[in-house]
Ligand binder design. Structure first.
Ligand code: 13P
Ligand code: SF4
Length: 343
């Protein structure tokens, strides 16, 4: 890939280019070293030029590395914001810097557009944990209960569901449904966290996120014992025990907003590592505690693969038409309800 790209673009590390792109680098110089930026800068320049020439837009998730998040993304956000943005952009080509279910969601919402993902194997442990057949089995077990599926699912699972949700609207979506019993798939912890805050009976699939399930309440308590002023901010894919230890729990963008608003002296972001890196520069007075856990799927997306993706117009995400039509209903219901609820 690199050898082939070098025939078309000047990708040699360049101190001059690093200096010329200082304005971009300033957004991440707390977390990216100057030698690394000299390596990234030629890719960032090539991608931004090609993106313009092709009329492409880059939608990037909050878990992307700083050189992607600050260097090449046109829009960054959580899953809900990216889905909403996918309905608004006018470009014919969308490059999804995130995992496969996010690109699939963009394609479902834009069937006539080209949606590219720089690495087709960027999956998600939650999306891989459940099939459409499993959803039907849950329905048979709880007749009449609506199925709310997290967007972290395949198009087939979305198509088998009544409505989607994200971490930003899960509780409100469940509460807005008329039924007393709601089926939530596939994240058992998101479902339990919703159940703890809702009056509804929530039954759930036993999937989990390999990143967030690693955090334990004991680890957080031990850290707090040594750092009493630390603000603990968790993602709702964490276990209810971890969420109970947190000062705030929310979607990835909710987490960013909370830290920006509260400016804690020290913050522990109980989520993916890039979250802290991406906001470290704009919040120089906040110390972000480590360690954190990395998502191996999100980390498959690199500058080199983004350039390759634009250069070759691959890999194009496709969703079978009938499946897409049904999945679109579940996603659109979520978007409409979210809008109505002011989320
Ligand atoms: P958000 O919707 O909160 O960005 O979460 C997506 C995700 O995959 C978290 O692991
Ligand atoms: Fe999936 Fe977890 Fe990675 Fe998010 S962090 S994409 S839920 S594996």
């Amino acid at each position: 890939m690199r050898v082939s790209l070098k025939e078309h673009y000047d990708l040699e590390p360049s101190v001059e280019l690093a200096e010329a792109t200082r304005e971009i680098y300033d957004r991440m110089d707390r977390v990216v070293s100057p030698p690394d930026w000299a390596i990234y800068a030629p890719y960032v320049v090539a991608i931004n030029k090609l993106k313009k020439e092709l009329g492409a837009v880059i939608l990037a998730h909050n878990y992307m590395t700083p050189e992607i998040y600050h260097g090449i993304a046109d829009f960054v956000g959580d899953s809900l914001q990216l889905a909403v943005k996918a309905t608004e952009v006018e470009h014919d080509i969308i490059v999804q810097c995130g995992v496969h279910f996010m690109a699939e969601t963009s394609k479902i919402l834009n069937p006539s557009k080209t949606v590219l993902i720089p690495d087709l194997t960027a999956g998600c442990s939650l999306a891989e944990s459940i099939t459409a057949k499993d959803v039907e089995a849950m329905r048979a077990k709880y007749p009449g209960a609506p199925v709310v599926s997290y967007v972290n699912t395949t198009a087939e699972v979305k198509a088998a569901s009544d409505i989607c949700c994200t971490s930003a609207n899960a509780l409100q979506i469940v509460d807005a449904l008329e039924a007393d019993t709601v089926i939530m798939t596939p994240d058992q912890y998101l479902a339990q966290n919703v159940a703890n805050a809702s009056k509804k009976k929530v039954v759930f699939w036993a999937g989990s996120c390999i990143v967030h399930e690693l955090y334990t309440a004991e680890d957080i308590r031990a850290y707090r014992a040594d750092h009493p002023d630390v603000a603990v901010i968790a993602h709702p894919e964490c276990t209810p025990e971890v969420v109970a230890e947190a000062d705030y729990t929310g979607s990835t963008s909710g987490i960013v907003d909370w830290v920006q608003q509260h400016h804690p002296k020290e913050a522990m972001l109980v989520t993916e590592c890039s979250m802290a890196s991406n906001i470290a520069d704009e919040l120089p007075d906040v110390e972000f505690s480590k360690p954190c856990n990395m998502c191996p799927y999100m980390k498959k997306i690199t500058l080199e693969k983004v350039l390759w993706s634009l250069h070759t117009m691959s890999a194009q995400v496709e969703v079978e038409e009938q499946t897409a039509a049904k999945a679109r209903v579940a996603i659109q219901r979520m978007l409409d309800l979210s809008k109505k609820l002011g989320l």
